[in-house]
Design a protein around this ligand. Structure first.
Ligand code: G3H
Ligand code: 13P
Ligand code: ZN
Length: 333
């Protein structure tokens, strides 16, 4: 058993309470490799922003759970080296799908876990979530749960349509499970294709898709039921069109990729939404930078020469999100 406290990590409890009071949200960035982790920590350290490092099932399969845990431990030391005296870093399991997996993360140094039983019937979601909460809380590890279904792909679970969270269920769910935060469905979705062209309108000037707005009425109703309770938004990449254009310009093919407009995320961050999940945007930045090097310097074969620019572009992206979208800069001085 390794406690996250020995590793210099923190759980989400105090972070979320402060974020709700202060009208900002904590960035939750997924990482799968060293360059992403370096970029996240550099951006957080330079802006003094609390940050959540997320490990998905895909990341565990790709990079190995043990290695990722040690990388997060190293990230705390790296943050200090960068001059961030008291780093506030959470190591979080993203979309945990079983009690055993959540338990292994709690036992292994994660400070926060998500149990995503949102695809199960309501009572089964409650039972599994409560089981994870009862275990995790013994070790002061915080637990995120999910109610409602996002469209798109969550690891191996995919859904063609979203089912918004039912505000009339949230009090019962939060009370009976004891979860610390709740991911809700209000129209966000995972990946770089969040909406079909049929769900969007098209800007006649640019030809770009304009997505439908998020269901802020559902968010408002949830907040009315659960005042001051931490709310989480998954699937919150904005799919920056400059990266999509760069990818397409340098030989990629991402037609009509579309995300959540940043103004809507900014608006959500000012409410009880205190954790915003971003993964796809980082993938887009990485791919755009690598494609550019490959296109412009076809003789290049040193991975540092293309992963380095990718890391720089991701750092820029993370800082932009922290400062201009989530408003979490300076909140972990
Ligand atoms: O929720 C989905 C995340 O973007 C993780 O995706 O399993 O492909 O790493 P992944
Ligand atoms: P995006 O695919 O929009 O980046 O969402 C990531 C996410 O929700 C991870 O849990
Ligand atoms: Zn997610």
């Amino acid at each position: 058993m390794v406690s996250y406290k020995e590793l210099g990590l923190v759980n989400t409890r105090e972070m979320f309470a402060k974020a709700i009071k202060g009208g900002y949200a904590i960035p939750a960035f997924n990482f799968n490799n060293m360059e992403q982790l370096q970029a996240i920590i550099k951006a957080a350290a330079e802006t003094k922003s609390p940050v959540i490092l997320q490990v998905s099932k895909g990341a565990r399969n790709y990079a190995n759970q043990t290695l990722l845990r040690y990388m997060a431990q190293g990230a705390v030391e790296y943050a200090k080296e960068l001059g961030w005296e008291k780093p506030q870093i959470v190591l979080h399991l993203d979309h945990g799908d079983s009690f055993e997996l959540c338990k292994s993360c709690v036992d292994f140094g994660f400070s926060s876990v998500m149990i995503d039983a949102s695809s199960l019937p309501y009572e089964e979601n409650i039972a599994l979530t409560k089981k994870v909460v009862d275990y995790a809380h013994q070790y002061d590890v915080t637990v995120e749960a999910e109610l409602g279904v996002l469209a798109g792909v969550e690891d191996e679970v995919s859904s063609a349509v979203s089912h918004y969270t039912k505000p009339e269920e949230v009090v019962d769910f939060a009370t009976r499970t004891g979860c610390d935060s709740l991911a809700i469905s209000i129209g966000t979705s995972h990946g770089a294709y969040k909406f079909t062209p049929e769900q969007c309108t098209r800007d006649p000037k640019t030809g770009r898709l304009v997505p439908p707005p998020l269901a802020f009425d559902v968010l408002d109703a949830v907040m009315e039921q659960l005042p001051g309770f931490p709310i989480v938004l998954h699937g919150s990449s904005s799919v920056p069109q400059e990266y999509v254009d760069m990818i397409n310009q340098y030989g990629g093919k991402l037609p009509d990729a579309v995300g959540i407009p940043e103004e809507q995320l900014r608006k959500a961050a000012k409410s009880a939404v205190c954790k915003i999940n971003i993964d796809s945007d980082s993938r887009l930045a990485f791919t755009a930078a690598v494609r550019k090097v490959f296109a412009e310097k076809p003789a290049e074969f040193d991975p540092r020469k293309y992963c380095g620019p990718a890391r720089d572009l991701m750092t820029e992206l993370y800082k932009h999100k922290i400062i201009n979208v989530l408003g979490s800069d300076g909140k972990a001085e």
